[in-house]
Design a protein around this ligand. Structure first.
Ligand code: ADP
Length: 255
């Protein structure tokens, strides 16, 4: 089997006195699709924010592509292990948030182009071509010159996905990307994720409350409960056949 692209080793994270992750051990393999489920406040978002380096761990190792993201200095402070590695892995990880986070003053084409051109210094004409292809792929080829405010929530979320894909990430993180949408717009966004899951070979980590969807696309499901991975297995093992009472009571809400 290939080496994991991401490894968490006994990762802890506290905010002040509150420990929200209490020792996470996890391997994610290239192309693997991982769904993270669990009650609100169990630490799901924190797991992916750590990978995106939006938060620092309190203890433990997070290894991406064979290298640690952080190291501890003698004074006990965490620093980025290697700035070059950090820059390159940030380029390898795409994230889609619950609240879209599009740039309101840019057209949707400009939203897709800005990071590859200004962060990765890629050739503008190549990026433009790829951005148009991605926006067509998510069904927005006729909206290139629109601004985010002119789009529905579902369309904005599809722009956010195209923008992440233009970076050609090795890992895509989706943080409850349908939670802020009106119910009738959820399907169009899930369809785009399904298309990516089926046709692209990147690893995906999805924090989601869409159980049927997780069952459909995830290779592995993690059930997070009070800061620990309380159960993990195939989607069917966790969502359909778990005997863990905490999993069962959590899933009850979705039946
Ligand atoms: P989930 O995604 O499972 O709902 P989160 O990872 O968002 O859980 O949050 C886990 C816990 O950590 C929650 O109790 C939340 O209030 C707390 N938390 C998250 N981020 C911060 C922060 N920046 N400062 C303080 N507490 C935080």
């Amino acid at each position: 089997m290939a080496e994991p692209i991401v490894t968490y080793k006994d990762v802890h994270k506290s905010f002040g006195d509150v420990e929200v992750l209490k020792g996470i051990d996890l391997d994610i393999y290239p192309a693997e699709k991982v769904a993270v489920i669990g009650p609100s406040g169990s630490g799901k978002t924190t797991i992916i924010r750590l990978l995106m380096t939006l938060e620092q761990p309190t203890a433990g190792d997070i290894i991406v592509d064979g290298r640690n993201l952080w190291k501890m200095e003698k004074n006990g402070k965490w620093i980025h292990a290697n700035e070059n590695h950090l820059r390159s892995i940030r380029g390898d990880i795409g994230m889609v948030f619950q609240h879209f986070n599009l740039f309101p003053h840019m057209t949707i084409l400009e939203n897709c182009m800005t990071a590859p051109v200004h962060v990765k210094n890629e050739e503008k004409s190549d990026v433009k071509k790829r951005s148009i292809e991605m926006l067509e792929r998510v069904g927005l080829g006729d909206k290139l010159d629109n601004y985010p405010s002119q789009l529905s929530g579902g369309q904005k979320q599809r722009v956010a996905m195209a923008r992440a894909l233009v970076m050609r990430p090795k890992i895509m993180l989706f943080d409850e990307v349908t939670s802020a949408l009106d119910p009738e717009l959820v399907g169009e966004v899930l369809n785009v994720i399904r298309d990516i899951a089926e046709n692209d070979d990147m690893a995906m980590i999805l924090v989601t409350h869409e159980m049927d969807f997780a069952l459909d696309i995830a290779d592995k499901v993690l059930f997070l409960d009070e800061g620990v991975i309380a159960e993990q297995g195939t989607a069917s093992e966790v969502i359909e056949h778990s005997e863990n009472p905490r999993v069962q009571s959590f899933l009850q809400r979705f039946r």
